[in-house]
Design a protein around this ligand. Structure first.
Ligand code: HEC
Length: 170
């Protein structure tokens, strides 16, 4: 538990401050849905990996805007809007039967790097996804460069923090 504690504390703070979406969405239905094994695990894993790749493709231009200081607000808002929608869908692609990470996996294209801790701390994982979605949404609606910058930076911290906690490195 120790390796989580700093991040967890930071996040709780952020989640409390940031996410009302989570409160609305995270509810009774999910646990029951997660038991449904009708869909093949490999297909769901491939879908969430694709979703994450496309999220990343939309994030790189935003990182670049922050890095160079050259903010193109209309373009940045569009990318952020896409990320917001995709981050909202992302945690729905983690039903329990897709808890399938194995050490030293041979095929990085199809194998999952989702840490089994996700399923032990699913509500935290879910709230993190919603926090990322909310930062992206707020960036997509930013009226000033300062608002945009702040939300994109928080979003980037949320990506990196979730990966540090919930993504395997091999
Ligand atoms: C709430 C947790 C969480 C958040 C937030 C998150 N990710 Fe991820 N990300 C994951 C997990 C888990 C995986 C591994 C998925 C798998 O292999 O099944 C992953 C995988 C990835 C991958 C590898 C995809 C592939 O091809 O296998 C990229 C790139 C990525 N994330 C980028 C991002 C970016 C950019 C953001 C922020 C805009 C972000 N992620 C936000 C949890 C998160």
């Amino acid at each position: 538990m120790d390796h989580y504690s700093t991040w967890t504390r930071k996040l709780r703070h952020r989640v409390l401050a940031g996410s009302c979406v989570a409160a609305l969405v995270f509810g009774s239905g999910f646990a029951a849905w997660a038991q449904d094994k009708a869909l093949p695990a490999g297909d769901i894993i491939a879908a969430r990996k694709t979703l994450m790749s496309v999220i990343a493709r939309n994030m790189y231009p935003l990182d670049e805007m922050i890095y160079t200081g050259k903010i193109n607000l209309p373009r940045g808002r569009g990318h952020a809007d896409s990320i917001a929608a995709m981050m909202q869908a992302f945690p729905l692609l983690f039903p329990v039967h897709t808890n399938a990470w194995k050490p030293g996996t041979a095929d990085p294209a199809s194998a999952t790097f989702a840490d089994p801790h996700i399923w032990e701390q699913f509500d935290f994982f879910y709230k993190e996804s919603m926090a990322a979605s909310k930062y992206a949404f707020d960036a997509s609606r930013a009226e000033t460069e300062a608002q945009f910058r702040k939300n994109v930076q928080e979003l980037r911290l949320t990506c990196d923090g979730c990966h540090a906690t919930f993504q395997k490195n091999n």
